[in-house]
Design a binder for this molecule. Structure first.
Ligand code: GRF
Length: 203
């Protein structure tokens, strides 16, 4: 069983989707801990309701990014976490953090990367006039949403869409795709070959 840690800052709907899909008997992967950097974030309440351990590490209480990331890494190592899932984690992770978990940090982004990285992926897509939007699960590297792509799901952009309606359509796909990717990783069905990811089986 693969021990998963989730890092989140906000609402936590992806956290709940991961827990709902993975924390089941005989699952190949299980969410063991939530690490959150924002006091009062809704995701903390979701963890309490789901009975998943939550660790609040407020980055504002740490003198530097390196020290903050070191505290996060230590919390994950203490719990023998093997896969780190960023899920609405509004911070860049440092190179030192990534070196602690080589090839073991993944992220979900609400756009079809490499289009629309960074903040407000959904808004950027709407403003650009694309007809197809979606989400991407990728390995995290030192850039912002630049790591090797593992899986993507597409949704149509409809004429009447606003940011909320398109975001909701994309999130529905996120909640399906993210657990599917974690399961595939837990089965060893995902291999990183340079910049490209090989999937042994369809997701
Ligand atoms: C998701 O849209 C994800 O793609 C992005 O942040 C959002 C988090 O939503 N990285 P939630 O907190 O999981 O509801």
């Amino acid at each position: 069983m693969m021990r998963v840690g989730v890092l989140a800052s906000g609402s936590g709907s992806n956290f709940s989707a991961l827990v709902g899909a993975l924390n089941q008997p005989a699952s190949a992967a299980r969410v063991e801990v939530l690490i959150c950097n924002v006091p009062g974030a809704k995701v903390l309440q979701r963890a309490a309701e789901a009975g998943v351990e939550a660790v609040l590490l407020d980055h504002r209480s740490m003198p530097s990014r390196e020290q903050y990331d070191e505290a996060v890494a230590q919390a994950l190592i203490d719990r023998r976490i093997e896969l780190v899932c960023l899920a609405g984690y509004m911070r860049l992770v440092s190179p030192a953090f990534l070196r602690r978990f080589p090839g073991k940090v993944i992220n979900i982004h609400p756009a079809l990367l490499p289009a629309f990285p960074g903040l407000h992926g959904v808004r950027q897509a709407l403003e650009s006039g694309v007809r197809v939007a979606g989400c991407t699960v990728h390995f995290v590297d030192e850039g912002t949403d630049t790591g090797p792509i593992i899986a993507q799901a597409a949704v149509p952009v409809l004429p009447a869409d606003d940011e909320a309606s398109l975001a909701a359509r994309i999130q529905k796909e996120e909640h399906r795709l993210y657990p599917a990717v974690v399961r595939a990783l837990a089965r060893g069905a995902v291999t990183l070959e340079g910049r490209k990811v090989r999937l042994e089986e369809p997701l």
